[in-house]
Write a protein of this length. Structure first.
Length: 480
Protein backbone atom coordinates (compact mmCIF):
# COMPACT_ATOMS: atom_id res chain seq x y z
CA UNK A 1 0.00 0.00 0.00
CA UNK A 2 2.90 2.36 0.75
CA UNK A 3 4.11 1.88 -2.82
CA UNK A 4 0.69 2.76 -4.12
CA UNK A 5 0.46 5.89 -1.97
CA UNK A 6 3.80 7.11 -3.33
CA UNK A 7 2.57 6.64 -6.87
CA UNK A 8 -0.62 8.39 -5.93
CA UNK A 9 1.32 11.45 -4.77
CA UNK A 10 3.04 11.60 -8.16
CA UNK A 11 -0.20 11.76 -10.07
CA UNK A 12 -2.02 14.21 -7.80
CA UNK A 13 -0.91 17.07 -10.01
CA UNK A 14 -2.89 15.51 -12.84
CA UNK A 15 -6.06 15.96 -10.82
CA UNK A 16 -5.82 19.74 -10.73
CA UNK A 17 -7.25 20.13 -14.20
CA UNK A 18 -10.07 17.79 -13.34
CA UNK A 19 -10.82 19.75 -10.15
CA UNK A 20 -11.16 23.01 -12.03
CA UNK A 21 -13.40 21.49 -14.67
CA UNK A 22 -15.75 19.49 -12.44
CA UNK A 23 -19.40 19.86 -13.26
CA UNK A 24 -21.43 20.52 -10.11
CA UNK A 25 -23.97 17.95 -11.28
CA UNK A 26 -21.44 15.11 -11.42
CA UNK A 27 -21.62 12.54 -8.65
CA UNK A 28 -19.78 9.27 -8.28
CA UNK A 29 -18.12 9.52 -11.70
CA UNK A 30 -14.95 7.42 -12.03
CA UNK A 31 -11.91 8.35 -14.09
CA UNK A 32 -8.89 6.08 -14.42
CA UNK A 33 -5.19 6.80 -14.73
CA UNK A 34 -3.38 3.65 -15.79
CA UNK A 35 0.20 2.70 -15.28
CA UNK A 36 0.23 -0.83 -16.71
CA UNK A 37 0.41 -2.57 -13.34
CA UNK A 38 -1.76 -0.18 -11.30
CA UNK A 39 -5.16 1.41 -11.42
CA UNK A 40 -6.01 4.75 -9.81
CA UNK A 41 -9.67 5.65 -9.96
CA UNK A 42 -10.68 9.28 -9.47
CA UNK A 43 -14.15 10.21 -8.24
CA UNK A 44 -16.13 13.43 -8.03
CA UNK A 45 -18.99 13.51 -5.53
CA UNK A 46 -21.36 16.40 -4.97
CA UNK A 47 -22.71 17.39 -1.56
CA UNK A 48 -24.76 20.21 -0.11
CA UNK A 49 -23.45 22.42 2.68
CA UNK A 50 -25.60 24.62 4.89
CA UNK A 51 -25.15 28.28 5.78
CA UNK A 52 -26.61 30.58 8.40
CA UNK A 53 -26.02 34.02 9.89
CA UNK A 54 -24.95 34.03 13.53
CA UNK A 55 -24.47 36.81 16.05
CA UNK A 56 -20.94 37.97 16.81
CA UNK A 57 -21.27 40.20 19.87
CA UNK A 58 -17.58 40.91 20.23
CA UNK A 59 -14.25 40.13 18.61
CA UNK A 60 -10.68 39.94 19.81
CA UNK A 61 -9.06 43.28 19.09
CA UNK A 62 -5.43 43.49 20.14
CA UNK A 63 -4.68 46.22 17.64
CA UNK A 64 -4.05 49.94 17.73
CA UNK A 65 -6.72 50.61 15.09
CA UNK A 66 -9.90 52.18 16.44
CA UNK A 67 -13.18 53.70 15.26
CA UNK A 68 -15.04 56.61 16.85
CA UNK A 69 -18.57 57.75 16.01
CA UNK A 70 -21.95 56.33 15.09
CA UNK A 71 -23.59 55.27 11.83
CA UNK A 72 -26.87 53.77 10.67
CA UNK A 73 -27.30 51.46 7.70
CA UNK A 74 -30.78 50.33 6.53
CA UNK A 75 -29.50 46.76 6.10
CA UNK A 76 -26.83 46.32 8.77
CA UNK A 77 -28.37 48.43 11.52
CA UNK A 78 -26.61 50.94 13.78
CA UNK A 79 -23.05 50.72 14.99
CA UNK A 80 -21.58 52.91 17.71
CA UNK A 81 -17.85 52.87 18.37
CA UNK A 82 -15.97 54.36 21.30
CA UNK A 83 -12.55 54.01 22.93
CA UNK A 84 -11.04 53.39 26.35
CA UNK A 85 -7.34 54.18 26.39
CA UNK A 86 -4.29 54.68 28.55
CA UNK A 87 -1.32 56.90 27.73
CA UNK A 88 2.34 56.04 27.47
CA UNK A 89 4.76 57.49 30.03
CA UNK A 90 8.51 57.23 29.65
CA UNK A 91 10.40 56.11 32.75
CA UNK A 92 11.37 58.95 35.08
CA UNK A 93 9.26 61.49 33.18
CA UNK A 94 9.69 65.18 33.97
CA UNK A 95 8.35 68.31 32.30
CA UNK A 96 10.88 69.50 29.72
CA UNK A 97 10.88 73.01 31.24
CA UNK A 98 9.80 74.41 34.58
CA UNK A 99 6.40 76.11 34.26
CA UNK A 100 6.46 79.80 35.21
CA UNK A 101 5.31 80.12 38.81
CA UNK A 102 4.57 76.39 38.71
CA UNK A 103 1.37 76.87 36.69
CA UNK A 104 -0.01 74.88 33.77
CA UNK A 105 -2.30 77.11 31.70
CA UNK A 106 -4.48 74.66 29.75
CA UNK A 107 -4.95 71.08 28.61
CA UNK A 108 -6.61 69.42 25.65
CA UNK A 109 -7.18 66.06 24.01
CA UNK A 110 -6.39 65.75 20.31
CA UNK A 111 -7.60 62.90 18.11
CA UNK A 112 -5.72 62.86 14.81
CA UNK A 113 -7.12 60.83 11.91
CA UNK A 114 -4.55 61.06 9.10
CA UNK A 115 -5.40 60.89 5.43
CA UNK A 116 -4.98 57.57 3.67
CA UNK A 117 -2.35 56.89 1.00
CA UNK A 118 -4.54 58.41 -1.73
CA UNK A 119 -5.23 61.60 0.17
CA UNK A 120 -8.75 60.76 1.33
CA UNK A 121 -10.24 60.96 4.79
CA UNK A 122 -10.20 57.68 6.68
CA UNK A 123 -13.87 57.95 7.53
CA UNK A 124 -17.16 56.25 6.70
CA UNK A 125 -20.50 57.85 5.95
CA UNK A 126 -21.31 61.54 5.58
CA UNK A 127 -18.20 63.47 6.64
CA UNK A 128 -20.28 66.66 6.86
CA UNK A 129 -22.73 65.32 9.45
CA UNK A 130 -22.48 67.10 12.84
CA UNK A 131 -21.36 64.91 15.74
CA UNK A 132 -20.34 65.45 19.33
CA UNK A 133 -17.61 63.61 21.17
CA UNK A 134 -17.36 63.58 24.98
CA UNK A 135 -14.38 62.56 27.13
CA UNK A 136 -14.77 60.95 30.56
CA UNK A 137 -12.11 60.13 33.17
CA UNK A 138 -11.25 56.50 33.86
CA UNK A 139 -11.08 55.89 37.61
CA UNK A 140 -10.47 52.13 37.68
CA UNK A 141 -7.53 50.23 36.27
CA UNK A 142 -8.22 49.04 32.72
CA UNK A 143 -7.95 45.29 32.31
CA UNK A 144 -6.06 43.86 29.39
CA UNK A 145 -9.30 42.61 27.93
CA UNK A 146 -8.97 42.87 24.19
CA UNK A 147 -12.58 42.04 23.38
CA UNK A 148 -14.87 44.69 21.96
CA UNK A 149 -17.80 44.36 24.38
CA UNK A 150 -16.18 45.78 27.54
CA UNK A 151 -18.50 48.08 29.47
CA UNK A 152 -16.90 51.54 29.95
CA UNK A 153 -19.18 52.26 32.92
CA UNK A 154 -17.23 49.61 34.86
CA UNK A 155 -14.18 51.87 34.70
CA UNK A 156 -15.38 55.45 34.33
CA UNK A 157 -16.85 58.38 36.20
CA UNK A 158 -19.82 58.99 33.89
CA UNK A 159 -21.14 61.85 36.04
CA UNK A 160 -18.17 64.17 35.56
CA UNK A 161 -17.08 64.51 31.93
CA UNK A 162 -13.73 66.12 31.24
CA UNK A 163 -14.97 67.90 28.13
CA UNK A 164 -16.87 67.65 24.86
CA UNK A 165 -16.84 69.24 21.42
CA UNK A 166 -18.99 69.26 18.29
CA UNK A 167 -17.27 68.53 14.99
CA UNK A 168 -17.58 67.31 11.43
CA UNK A 169 -15.06 64.83 10.06
CA UNK A 170 -14.49 67.18 7.12
CA UNK A 171 -13.47 70.44 8.78
CA UNK A 172 -14.88 73.36 6.76
CA UNK A 173 -12.87 75.88 8.80
CA UNK A 174 -9.65 74.70 7.13
CA UNK A 175 -8.63 76.54 3.96
CA UNK A 176 -8.17 74.58 0.75
CA UNK A 177 -4.57 75.73 0.48
CA UNK A 178 -3.74 74.28 3.91
CA UNK A 179 -5.71 71.13 3.21
CA UNK A 180 -3.73 70.52 0.02
CA UNK A 181 -0.36 71.57 1.41
CA UNK A 182 0.57 68.10 2.61
CA UNK A 183 1.24 69.38 6.13
CA UNK A 184 -2.35 69.25 7.37
CA UNK A 185 -3.64 66.31 9.41
CA UNK A 186 -7.36 66.26 10.31
CA UNK A 187 -8.03 66.25 14.04
CA UNK A 188 -10.65 66.70 16.75
CA UNK A 189 -9.66 68.94 19.66
CA UNK A 190 -11.41 68.62 23.03
CA UNK A 191 -10.66 71.22 25.70
CA UNK A 192 -9.86 69.59 29.04
CA UNK A 193 -9.79 71.23 32.49
CA UNK A 194 -6.58 73.15 33.15
CA UNK A 195 -6.63 71.49 36.58
CA UNK A 196 -5.83 68.21 34.88
CA UNK A 197 -2.57 69.58 33.50
CA UNK A 198 -1.80 71.17 36.84
CA UNK A 199 -2.37 67.82 38.53
CA UNK A 200 0.24 66.24 36.26
CA UNK A 201 2.89 68.87 37.00
CA UNK A 202 2.24 68.90 40.74
CA UNK A 203 2.60 65.11 40.80
CA UNK A 204 6.03 65.30 39.14
CA UNK A 205 7.15 67.56 42.00
CA UNK A 206 5.35 66.01 44.96
CA UNK A 207 5.38 62.34 43.98
CA UNK A 208 7.90 61.66 41.17
CA UNK A 209 7.57 57.92 41.84
CA UNK A 210 4.26 58.08 39.96
CA UNK A 211 6.30 58.51 36.77
CA UNK A 212 9.02 55.94 37.41
CA UNK A 213 7.37 53.27 35.25
CA UNK A 214 4.22 52.60 33.24
CA UNK A 215 2.40 50.70 35.99
CA UNK A 216 2.93 53.53 38.49
CA UNK A 217 1.72 56.07 35.93
CA UNK A 218 -1.39 53.99 35.22
CA UNK A 219 -2.18 54.02 38.94
CA UNK A 220 -1.89 57.80 38.94
CA UNK A 221 -3.80 58.35 35.68
CA UNK A 222 -5.78 55.25 34.56
CA UNK A 223 -6.87 56.78 31.24
CA UNK A 224 -9.86 58.28 29.44
CA UNK A 225 -13.03 57.18 27.69
CA UNK A 226 -13.98 58.79 24.35
CA UNK A 227 -17.55 58.36 23.09
CA UNK A 228 -20.04 59.83 20.67
CA UNK A 229 -22.80 61.69 22.54
CA UNK A 230 -24.68 63.39 19.71
CA UNK A 231 -25.38 62.76 16.05
CA UNK A 232 -25.20 59.73 13.78
CA UNK A 233 -23.97 59.18 10.26
CA UNK A 234 -20.18 59.05 10.35
CA UNK A 235 -17.30 57.02 11.79
CA UNK A 236 -13.67 58.11 11.76
CA UNK A 237 -10.86 55.54 11.76
CA UNK A 238 -7.66 56.27 13.60
CA UNK A 239 -5.09 54.52 15.80
CA UNK A 240 -4.22 54.65 19.48
CA UNK A 241 -0.94 56.46 18.86
CA UNK A 242 -2.90 59.25 17.17
CA UNK A 243 -4.77 60.06 20.40
CA UNK A 244 -2.83 62.51 22.55
CA UNK A 245 -3.10 64.85 25.52
CA UNK A 246 -1.35 68.21 25.30
CA UNK A 247 -0.66 70.54 28.24
CA UNK A 248 0.38 74.17 27.68
CA UNK A 249 2.50 76.28 30.02
CA UNK A 250 4.94 79.20 29.92
CA UNK A 251 8.51 79.10 31.13
CA UNK A 252 11.00 81.88 31.73
CA UNK A 253 13.95 82.38 29.42
CA UNK A 254 16.42 85.16 28.66
CA UNK A 255 15.88 86.72 25.25
CA UNK A 256 18.62 87.97 22.90
CA UNK A 257 18.83 91.23 24.85
CA UNK A 258 19.36 89.41 28.11
CA UNK A 259 15.87 90.24 29.36
CA UNK A 260 13.51 87.80 31.02
CA UNK A 261 10.73 86.63 28.70
CA UNK A 262 8.04 83.96 28.73
CA UNK A 263 8.07 81.18 26.15
CA UNK A 264 5.09 78.97 25.41
CA UNK A 265 5.71 75.21 25.67
CA UNK A 266 3.62 72.07 25.36
CA UNK A 267 3.95 68.72 27.04
CA UNK A 268 2.53 65.70 25.17
CA UNK A 269 1.29 62.26 26.24
CA UNK A 270 0.40 59.79 23.50
CA UNK A 271 -1.47 56.52 23.27
CA UNK A 272 0.67 53.57 22.30
CA UNK A 273 0.56 49.87 21.43
CA UNK A 274 2.41 49.31 24.70
CA UNK A 275 -0.58 50.37 26.80
CA UNK A 276 -4.22 49.28 26.93
CA UNK A 277 -6.57 50.49 24.19
CA UNK A 278 -10.06 49.03 24.03
CA UNK A 279 -12.39 49.79 21.14
CA UNK A 280 -15.98 49.04 22.16
CA UNK A 281 -18.65 48.36 19.49
CA UNK A 282 -22.40 48.35 19.99
CA UNK A 283 -24.31 46.84 17.07
CA UNK A 284 -28.06 47.37 17.30
CA UNK A 285 -31.05 46.77 15.01
CA UNK A 286 -29.45 43.61 13.59
CA UNK A 287 -32.05 41.00 14.57
CA UNK A 288 -33.38 40.94 11.01
CA UNK A 289 -30.00 39.68 9.83
CA UNK A 290 -30.36 36.56 11.98
CA UNK A 291 -33.65 35.43 10.42
CA UNK A 292 -33.26 32.36 8.20
CA UNK A 293 -33.02 33.46 4.58
CA UNK A 294 -33.14 31.01 1.63
CA UNK A 295 -31.01 33.18 -0.65
CA UNK A 296 -28.20 34.67 1.41
CA UNK A 297 -26.43 35.11 4.73
CA UNK A 298 -24.65 38.19 6.10
CA UNK A 299 -21.15 39.15 7.11
CA UNK A 300 -20.32 42.54 8.57
CA UNK A 301 -17.55 44.26 10.43
CA UNK A 302 -16.61 45.33 12.92
CA UNK A 303 -18.34 42.54 14.90
CA UNK A 304 -22.13 42.15 14.72
CA UNK A 305 -22.73 39.04 12.60
CA UNK A 306 -20.85 36.50 10.51
CA UNK A 307 -21.62 33.47 8.35
CA UNK A 308 -21.48 29.91 9.62
CA UNK A 309 -20.98 27.03 7.16
CA UNK A 310 -21.74 23.42 8.05
CA UNK A 311 -20.07 20.83 5.84
CA UNK A 312 -21.82 17.42 5.77
CA UNK A 313 -18.68 15.52 6.74
CA UNK A 314 -20.64 12.62 8.22
CA UNK A 315 -22.32 12.11 4.87
CA UNK A 316 -19.02 12.60 3.03
CA UNK A 317 -17.17 10.07 5.18
CA UNK A 318 -19.91 7.48 4.63
CA UNK A 319 -20.17 8.08 0.90
CA UNK A 320 -16.43 8.04 0.28
CA UNK A 321 -15.41 5.37 2.80
CA UNK A 322 -12.28 7.23 3.90
CA UNK A 323 -10.52 3.96 4.69
CA UNK A 324 -10.76 3.13 1.02
CA UNK A 325 -10.38 6.50 -0.70
CA UNK A 326 -8.06 9.49 -0.39
CA UNK A 327 -9.60 12.98 -0.53
CA UNK A 328 -7.57 15.05 -2.96
CA UNK A 329 -9.59 18.13 -3.72
CA UNK A 330 -12.30 20.27 -2.19
CA UNK A 331 -12.30 23.80 -3.59
CA UNK A 332 -14.43 26.34 -1.75
CA UNK A 333 -15.68 29.57 -3.34
CA UNK A 334 -18.32 31.88 -1.90
CA UNK A 335 -20.34 34.10 -4.21
CA UNK A 336 -21.78 37.38 -2.96
CA UNK A 337 -24.58 39.71 -3.99
CA UNK A 338 -24.01 43.25 -5.30
CA UNK A 339 -23.88 46.02 -2.69
CA UNK A 340 -27.02 48.01 -2.01
CA UNK A 341 -27.38 51.17 -4.03
CA UNK A 342 -27.15 54.22 -1.79
CA UNK A 343 -24.40 56.74 -1.15
CA UNK A 344 -22.95 55.14 1.96
CA UNK A 345 -23.63 51.46 1.31
CA UNK A 346 -21.16 49.09 2.94
CA UNK A 347 -18.40 47.66 0.76
CA UNK A 348 -17.44 43.96 0.91
CA UNK A 349 -14.82 43.08 3.56
CA UNK A 350 -11.28 43.19 2.18
CA UNK A 351 -10.49 39.63 3.27
CA UNK A 352 -12.40 36.70 4.73
CA UNK A 353 -10.89 34.08 7.00
CA UNK A 354 -12.23 30.51 7.04
CA UNK A 355 -11.55 28.31 10.06
CA UNK A 356 -13.30 25.81 12.35
CA UNK A 357 -15.76 27.39 14.75
CA UNK A 358 -14.11 25.90 17.81
CA UNK A 359 -10.69 27.38 16.98
CA UNK A 360 -11.65 31.03 16.54
CA UNK A 361 -10.77 32.17 20.07
CA UNK A 362 -7.33 30.55 20.16
CA UNK A 363 -6.52 31.63 16.60
CA UNK A 364 -6.75 35.35 17.32
CA UNK A 365 -5.49 35.29 20.90
CA UNK A 366 -2.32 33.48 19.76
CA UNK A 367 -1.80 35.90 16.88
CA UNK A 368 -1.98 33.13 14.28
CA UNK A 369 -2.07 33.53 10.51
CA UNK A 370 -3.59 31.20 7.93
CA UNK A 371 -1.73 27.92 7.44
CA UNK A 372 -3.71 26.58 4.44
CA UNK A 373 -4.34 23.40 6.42
CA UNK A 374 -6.83 24.32 9.16
CA UNK A 375 -7.28 28.01 8.34
CA UNK A 376 -7.59 29.75 4.98
CA UNK A 377 -7.50 33.35 3.78
CA UNK A 378 -9.59 34.40 0.79
CA UNK A 379 -7.91 35.60 -2.38
CA UNK A 380 -8.84 37.13 -5.70
CA UNK A 381 -9.03 34.06 -7.94
CA UNK A 382 -9.55 36.23 -11.02
CA UNK A 383 -10.29 39.84 -11.77
CA UNK A 384 -10.98 40.29 -15.44
CA UNK A 385 -8.10 38.66 -17.28
CA UNK A 386 -5.68 38.40 -14.35
CA UNK A 387 -5.34 35.53 -11.92
CA UNK A 388 -4.23 35.89 -8.31
CA UNK A 389 -3.46 33.77 -5.28
CA UNK A 390 -2.99 34.64 -1.62
CA UNK A 391 0.72 35.12 -2.37
CA UNK A 392 0.01 38.16 -4.57
CA UNK A 393 0.23 41.60 -3.01
CA UNK A 394 -3.38 42.53 -3.66
CA UNK A 395 -5.21 44.98 -1.44
CA UNK A 396 -8.32 42.82 -1.32
CA UNK A 397 -9.12 39.14 -1.11
CA UNK A 398 -12.07 38.90 -3.48
CA UNK A 399 -12.86 39.30 -7.14
CA UNK A 400 -15.20 42.19 -7.88
CA UNK A 401 -15.31 40.90 -11.45
CA UNK A 402 -16.94 37.61 -10.52
CA UNK A 403 -18.13 38.68 -7.03
CA UNK A 404 -16.32 35.73 -5.48
CA UNK A 405 -14.27 35.01 -2.37
CA UNK A 406 -11.98 32.05 -3.15
CA UNK A 407 -10.31 29.90 -0.48
CA UNK A 408 -8.72 27.33 -2.76
CA UNK A 409 -8.36 23.65 -1.97
CA UNK A 410 -9.39 23.01 1.65
CA UNK A 411 -9.26 19.20 1.39
CA UNK A 412 -6.61 19.01 4.14
CA UNK A 413 -9.08 20.51 6.61
CA UNK A 414 -11.77 18.11 5.44
CA UNK A 415 -9.53 15.06 5.78
CA UNK A 416 -8.27 16.08 9.23
CA UNK A 417 -11.78 16.59 10.57
CA UNK A 418 -13.11 13.31 9.18
CA UNK A 419 -10.16 11.42 10.67
CA UNK A 420 -10.73 12.96 14.11
CA UNK A 421 -14.54 13.31 14.16
CA UNK A 422 -16.14 11.19 11.44
CA UNK A 423 -19.53 11.29 13.21
CA UNK A 424 -19.69 15.06 13.56
CA UNK A 425 -20.31 17.61 10.81
CA UNK A 426 -17.68 20.32 10.41
CA UNK A 427 -18.76 23.83 11.45
CA UNK A 428 -16.76 26.69 9.96
CA UNK A 429 -16.96 30.42 10.53
CA UNK A 430 -16.31 32.99 7.81
CA UNK A 431 -14.92 36.13 9.43
CA UNK A 432 -13.88 39.51 7.98
CA UNK A 433 -10.23 40.27 8.71
CA UNK A 434 -7.62 42.92 8.07
CA UNK A 435 -4.44 41.46 6.58
CA UNK A 436 -0.90 42.76 6.84
CA UNK A 437 1.71 41.13 4.68
CA UNK A 438 5.44 40.97 4.17
CA UNK A 439 7.27 40.42 0.90
CA UNK A 440 10.07 38.06 -0.03
CA UNK A 441 11.17 38.37 -3.63
CA UNK A 442 7.91 38.38 -5.62
CA UNK A 443 5.95 36.41 -3.04
CA UNK A 444 3.78 37.98 -0.35
CA UNK A 445 3.25 36.30 3.00
CA UNK A 446 0.71 37.15 5.66
CA UNK A 447 2.48 38.91 8.54
CA UNK A 448 -0.58 39.40 10.73
CA UNK A 449 -4.34 38.94 10.73
CA UNK A 450 -6.78 40.92 12.85
CA UNK A 451 -10.53 40.95 13.18
CA UNK A 452 -11.50 43.71 10.80
CA UNK A 453 -12.06 47.24 12.10
CA UNK A 454 -13.11 48.45 8.67
CA UNK A 455 -16.81 49.22 8.21
CA UNK A 456 -17.98 46.58 5.74
CA UNK A 457 -20.82 44.24 4.90
CA UNK A 458 -21.66 41.61 2.32
CA UNK A 459 -24.44 39.16 1.48
CA UNK A 460 -23.19 35.63 0.74
CA UNK A 461 -25.30 33.69 -1.78
CA UNK A 462 -26.73 30.52 -0.24
CA UNK A 463 -29.19 29.26 -2.82
CA UNK A 464 -29.00 25.53 -3.52
CA UNK A 465 -26.68 25.90 -6.51
CA UNK A 466 -24.27 28.11 -4.54
CA UNK A 467 -24.03 25.69 -1.64
CA UNK A 468 -23.08 22.69 -3.77
CA UNK A 469 -19.58 21.39 -3.08
CA UNK A 470 -17.65 18.87 -5.12
CA UNK A 471 -15.21 16.50 -3.43
CA UNK A 472 -12.49 14.95 -5.56
CA UNK A 473 -11.20 11.62 -4.24
CA UNK A 474 -9.13 8.74 -5.54
CA UNK A 475 -8.71 5.06 -4.94
CA UNK A 476 -5.58 3.06 -5.61
CA UNK A 477 -5.95 -0.50 -6.80
CA UNK A 478 -2.92 -2.72 -7.20
CA UNK A 479 -3.37 -5.21 -10.05
CA UNK A 480 -0.13 -7.07 -9.43
Amino acid sequence: MKKGLNKLAVVLCLFTGLMSSCDDDLTGVGTTILPPEDLITVYTDTFQMKASTIRLDSVYAKTTDCLIGEMYDPIYGTIKADVLCQFYCEEGFEFAKTPYEGKVDSAELIIFYPYNSTGGLVAYGDTMTPLQVTVYPVNQQLKRNFYTNDNPEDYCDMQNPLGSVSYTAYDMTISDSLRKSGDYIPFIRVKLPADLGQKFYDETINNPAAFQNQNAFNEFFPGIYITNTYGSGCLIKTAGENIAMRMFYNYAELDSAGQDSLVLAAQWFYGSKDVVQINRFINSNIDQLLVDNPTHTYIKSPAGVCTKLVLPTTEISQALDINDRFINGFTLDLKYLPADEWNYAYSPPGYLLLLPEDSVTSFFEKGSVENSATSFISYMATDGTKSYTSSNGTYRGYSSYTRTYSFGNISTLLRTHIEKSPDKDLSLLVLPVDRRWTQSSDTYYTAALFNSFSLSGVKIRTGEDYMKVVVLSSKFENKE
